[in-house]
Design a protein. Structure first.
Lengths: 274, 926
């Protein structure tokens, strides 16, 4: 098992990529700290992950033999994140991996000048600052441990632009930049930091993801049309599955990637190769 | 990083658990300590076992004091797991806490209230320093196993004593037997206190003197705190009393006195209500599972001696019961039995001649001799020998160059019922005279006009023998009553001490050797062999009879061709040789000659013998001749055991890892590794190789005393063995490792050094194709003048300077050669082995001393020049090489001391090794 005896924190673990990562990590022998806001947030125009979904992710992990600590926390609340981290340390004695996955895709779907200040700040606060806050909560421990791997789930939107997604694109570009800078901070402490950039990920039934549907809704196009557009735009002629992202996250968290830091791993069917 | 040695765990199985009640009690006893409730699958599921294992190996941050986890299984039962830092909660306190949480005893607050602290306790990072763990040499651990920990259990008979002193004494006894090359006067054992935190305790005891009872008493008295910086003793004891009164917690209690074993091999003695149990816990990287299980068995047996016979001298305690002794014997047996019957060499040859009379038996330059011709030729010569007075059982000397004629004479001697005593015409005259005299030969066949035949020895030429036999042309061999059990030849071996001794080997031994190898090697009439080796070296016995008794063709290699790798290669190509026998030293020269050639040889089997093989040197050959095309077989053997003993087919993987395995014994042969007292060594432990079975020689000619001494009885079967003087170990998988000669170990400035080990490192170094190492002492009275001289053959572009740099990285300081001399070739003896006596003086002769002391104007450089002048006793230059001046590690120590006195920067020997001139050193120290 590639993550045997390791402990990983995964944010946004209720569903989608977060759930897929949690189950994959559990299958590879990791014990888990699963974090999600597990409630709807004002300003986010679609339902977010729920407490029930988070509990189900935990059950799936336990079935694989993992010990699981489940906590509700909002990545905008630094004190809350620090409390969870401390609790996780007491519980497991070490933290080997952090998958910084929590994020939102909307409010989006309009030109930059039509975005309100509140909408802009909400997007940056969750997608970019939330990633940094989790690093702030865990980084001190990992550098003291002199080991650890941080996987920041960014997006191809962290590498190229998407029309009418200025806030999301800016936040995800920020995550990529943050990744590279922190990789330099932590290199001497043997803590690795990498960005994982998924392309368009299919909304998986078991993982209960809904990102693609929400993006389509933001753009006011039928989900099937949106899927078809992106399928054709990705040279592999397929949408990405959540398990494809989880597999990449497992590798980045494992010792197999021990010399990989500050890198940006795209899992996008070749979308950004053009 | 939390130091897991300082944490301990307790797991109690409950038929069912009230999580709320336990959590409530916990909150009263230890505020701020949550009960972590973990739902899990069925208790019997392997995943659940993994869950339990994880929880009992997870350290607790100091701030938490104790961790309580309740694993609730879906099939009903639950496990309460408590983990604590020993400083916060001791062993019995943890037990009391468990009892209190389960309502077995009155609740008493025993865990100090823990304040809420920051995520990263500052004190925590300090315990990052782990005690260095040094894997024991006998451990046979797998460095690739990482941190994986294994455990073995052994139930002990009821009434077994559980006092730590008796067990520490037993550990010392076993450890002494496992480390026979370490001092038996100072065997260190460790004790880990499961009740309290703190450094390990250790005692160093003399196992070589005193009784077992004394040993236990002395160890108990001598236990002291081990210095935190020293490596933990390789084996240590942990006495776990926490299970003693386990009935109040129910039957299923698992006690883990540490989360990581404190010693490379940790012996846990558990006292329970029902008796005593023993566990061995170890990281797989330090100790292999078979070695740990075996150590445990040996320990239990040795402890019975300590307990029952305390008046017995400690050195006489036994490790093995009858089953264990049988197991060790079986480990040294071949994988299959030998199918053979006793016969004489010339009879088997006659069968081959009858089968394929027209096949070529011998090629010697332009001469080709068929099997029928060789048979008839040797018949006639046998009659000639009779005519010269040779009778059954006589010893007949042969001193001829390698030739077809020599082979015919050897066969003729055997047909005449006599024993051949081969002598190499290239040997010095006094060696020939000694052999002639010692062997008591009556007739000597030679063409050397000046042969030093003493009175009573009749020297005749082959021509004369032929004349004497002429009347008997085509009448078959002379009548003879000689038997298969009679000797076939006497070969003289020069041991490390004393004069050469004649080894008497019976016909049946040679037939057994062929029967043991023929099928495995696929030897047959399609094979072409070379007659490469001196007839006085027993490798030739294998070449000559291996070929002629399996119907092959034997190609005679003239002396000058055997000395020229290029010409020898040409012969191999032209004659399409398929079976090649070589000493490793000679083979390396052949590999070098072969490397640049475009055509390929037809060799399908290479057999190595005669000296230890450094497998990494085979890689260039494998690049040109993959295993599928040419099989490489390393055979360990000795003249006294009929050429070969074991066989090991080699592949690239073994060459890459530098395998020292010589494999398992041939069918009919068997091996032991014994300690200095002649007891079987534990498998995996280094000792002396003993060989038994079908190859054991009849003895030394005319030396019954020496024969009795070197051919002792098998401790199990009573059969005769041969004591080889070779250093080796029998691995737990039955493979024998050959580790040089017992007497190839040298002591240099207190360090025990295995010269073969340095040679192996040299050969594995980039750019080195062959190497030799020797210990020299210029002034016999001054040990400081002793030094290691290395000799290497370098490939193009390699330099001794680069090699020095490489050596400094891979060898410990005391094993670094003082000089490294590049040679075009390592000189070989007549038998094709590396000839240390023929090595030249090292090139790095001391240069002429400088006239006066220079001044460089640099403070460090001037200081160094002064110091060097002081220790060498003559002025030196900035460019003079420390080692070339005669410097060695002892001088380096003196130099470091002198520099310290002057307040100069500290000098590490490695720095000096890499920067051997004052100029370089000045820069390095600045």
């Amino acid at each position: 098992m590639r993550l045997a005896a390791k402990t990983a924190i995964i944010t946004g673990a209720a569903r989608g990529i977060g759930r897929a990562c949690a189950v994959a990590f559990a299958r590879e022998g990791a014990d888990l700290v699963l974090i999600d806001a597990a409630r709807d947030l004002p300003g986010v125009p679609y339902p977010l992950g729920t407490a029930s979904q988070l509990a189900h992710t935990a059950d799936l992990c336990r079935e694989q033999g993992s010990a699981v600590l489940v906590r509700h926390a909002d990545v905008r609340d630094l004190a809350g994140l620090e409390d969870v981290t401390q609790e996780a340390y007491q519980r497991f004695g070490r933290i080997d991996a952090l998958v910084n996955n929590a994020g939102i895709a909307a409010p989006s779907g309009k030109a930059a000048h039509d975005v309100t200040e509140d909408e802009w700040e909400l997007m940056i606060d969750i997608d970019l600052s939330g990633t940094w806050r989790m690093i702030k909560a865990v980084g001190k421990l990992m550098t003291a441990q002199r080991s650890g791997s941080i996987v920041n789930v960014a997006s191809t939107a962290g590498l190229v632009g998407y029309r009418y997604f200025a806030g999301y694109v800016a936040a995800k570009h920020g995550v990529v930049g943050l990744t590279k800078a922190v990789a330099l901070d932590y290199g001497p402490s043997k803590v690795r930091v990498n960005a994982l950039c998924p392309g368009s990920v299919r909304d998986d039934h078991d993982a209960e993801g809904r990102m693609l549907s929400e993006i389509a809704r933001s753009l006011d196009v039928p989900v099937a049309d949106h899927e078809e557009t992106f399928r054709q735009a990705q040279p592999m002629n397929a949408l990405i599955e959540v398990d494809d992202i989880a597999a990449a996250a497992v590798w980045l968290a494992s010792d197999e990637s021990r010399q990989v830091t500050g890198s940006v791993l795209t899992v996008d069917g070749g979308f950004t190769a053009r | 990083m939390l130091n897991r040695k300082d944490h301990h765990a307790l797991r109690v199985r409950l038929p069912g658990a009230d999580a709320e009640l336990i959590a409530k009690r916990l909150s009263e006893l230890a505020p701020h300590t949550p009960l972590w409730v973990e739902p899990a699958g069925p208790s019997t599921d392997p995943l659940s076992a993994r869950r339990r294992a994880r929880e009992t190996t997870r350290p607790v941050p100091p701030a938490a004091g104790v961790r309580a986890v309740l694993i609730e299984y879906s099939d009903g039962p639950a496990d309460l797991v408590l983990v604590a830092h020993r400083a916060a909660v001791g062993r019995s306190a943890l037990r009391r806490l468990a009892a209190a949480l389960l309502g077995e005893t009155e609740a008493e607050p025993i865990v100090p209230a823990v304040p809420s602290v920051s995520v990263v306790p500052a004190a925590d990072t300090g315990s990052d320093v782990r005690l260095p763990v040094v894997a024991p040499g006998w451990g046979m651990g797998d460095p690739r196993a990482g941190d994986e920990v294994r455990e073995h259990r052994l139930a002990l008979p009821a009434g077994t004593a559980a006092d730590p002193a008796s067990w520490l004494a037993a550990i010392a006894v076993v450890l002494a037997r496992y480390s026979p090359e370490e001092s038996q006067e100072s065997v260190t054992v460790g004790l880990f206190d499961a009740e309290r935190p703190g450094p390990l305790r250790a005692a160093t005891a003399n196992v070589a003197a005193g009784t077992l009872g004394d040993l236990a008493t002395r160890i108990a008295q001598d236990l002291v705190m081990a210095p935190a910086s020293a490596p933990a003793p390789s084996v240590g004891l942990v006495v776990d009393v926490s299970e003693e009164d386990s009935e109040d917690l129910g039957a299923d209690v698992e006690s883990t006195p540490f989360l990581e074993p404190p010693f490379p091999l940790t012996i846990v003695l558990s006292r329970m209500a029902g008796g005593v149990s023993l566990r061995a816990v170890h990281r797989l990287a330090d100790v292999g599972p078979q070695m740990a299980a075996q150590f445990l068995r040996h320990l239990a047996h040795a402890h019975r001696y300590v307990a029952v016979t305390p008046d017995l001298p400690a050195v006489r305690a036994g490790l093995y019961d009858a089953a264990e002794l049988r197991r060790i014997r079986e480990l040294g047996l071949p994988p299959r039995a030998l199918d053979t019957r006793p016969r004489r060499i010339e009879k088997v040859f006659a069968e081959r001649a009858a089968e394929t009379p027209d096949a070529v038996a011998l090629s010697d330059d332009d001469l080709q001799v068929t099997y029928r011709e060789l048979d008839e030729w040797s018949d006639q010569l046998a009659h000639g020998l009779r005519g010269a007075g040779v009778r059954d059982g006589d010893f007949v000397g042969v001193c001829l160059d390698r030739s077809a004629e020599l082979i015919a004479i050897l066969l003729a001697i055997l047909k005449a019922g006599a024993v051949y005593v081969p002598m190499d015409p290239a040997y010095p005259v006094d060696r020939l005279a000694y052999t002639t005299e010692d062997s008591g030969i009556g007739v000597l066949v030679t063409r050397l006009a000046e042969f030093p035949a003493p009175d009573g020895v009749q020297a005749v030429t082959p021509d004369r023998i032929s004349e004497l036999g002429a009347p008997h042309e085509r009448t078959g061999p002379p009548a003879s009553a000689a038997r298969p059990a009679d000797p076939a030849y006497v070969i003289y071996t020069s041991g490390s001490t004393g004069r050469p001794k004649g080894v008497l080997v019976a016909h049946a031994n040679v037939i057994s050797l062929l029967d043991a190898t023929r099928d495995g090697f696929g030897l047959g009439s399609a094979d072409v062999w070379t007659f490469f080796h001196s007839i006085a070296f027993d490798f030739s016995v294998w070449e000559v009879w291996g070929s002629l008794l399996t119907g092959g063709q034997l190609v005679v290699v003239p002396y000058w061709v055997s000395r020229s790798p290029e010409q020898f290669r040409a012969l191999l190509r032209d004659r399409k040789v398929t079976v090649l026998n070589q000493t490793p030293s000679a083979f390396l020269q052949l590999v070098a000659a072969d490397r640049g050639c475009h055509d390929q040889l037809a060799v399908r089997l290479v057999i190595f013998g005669g000296e230890a093989l450094e497998t990494p040197a085979l890689l260039p050959w494998l690049d040109r001749y993959p295993e599928s095309r040419c099989r490489l077989v390393n055979m360990y053997g000795i003249t006294e055991t009929t050429v070969h003993v074991t066989e090991q087919t080699l592949d690239r993987g073994m060459a890459l890892c530098g395998s020292r395995s010589v494999g398992r014994p041939l069918p009919g042969w068997n091996v032991y590794v014994m300690d200095a007292a002649g007891r079987p060594a534990p498998p995996g432990v280094i000792g002396e190789i003993y060989v038994g079975g079908a190859g054991v020689a009849l003895g030394y000619l005319g030396k019954p005393g020496l024969t009795a001494q070197r051919f002792p009885a098998d401790p199990v079967t009573g059969e005769r063995l041969y004591r080889s003087g070779d250093r080796g170990r029998l691995r737990p998988d039955g493979m024998l490792e050959h580790l040089g000669r017992m007497d190839n170990q040298v002591k240099l400035r207190g360090f025990r050094i295995e010269l073969d080990e340095i040679r192996l490192v040299l050969v594995e170094s980039p750019g080195v194709t062959a190497a030799a190492v020797m210990l020299r002492q210029e002034d016999p009275d001054d040990p400081a003048t002793a030094r290691l001289d290395a000799y290497v053959v370098l490939s193009d572009g390699a330099s001794t300077a680069d090699l020095r740099q490489h050596l400094a990285r891979v060898l410990p300081d005391y094993m670094l050669p003082s000089t490294v001399t590049a040679l075009p070739v390592i000189p070989l003896t007549a038998n094709g082995k590396a000839d240390l006596k023929a090595l030249p003086a090292p090139v790095a002769d001391p240069p002429t001393p400088a006239e006066t002391v220079e001044s460089t104007g640099d403070e460090i450089a001037d200081g160094l020049l002064e110091v060097w002048q002081e220790i060498f006793g003559f002025p030196v230059r900035v460019t003079d090489d420390f080692f070339a001046l005669g410097g060695n590690s002892l001088f380096a120590v003196r130099m470091a001391a002198a520099m310290r006195e002057r307040g100069m920067p500290a000098l590490h020997p490695r720095t000096l090794y890499l920067n051997p001139t004052v100029g370089q050193l000045t820069i390095a120290l600045r």
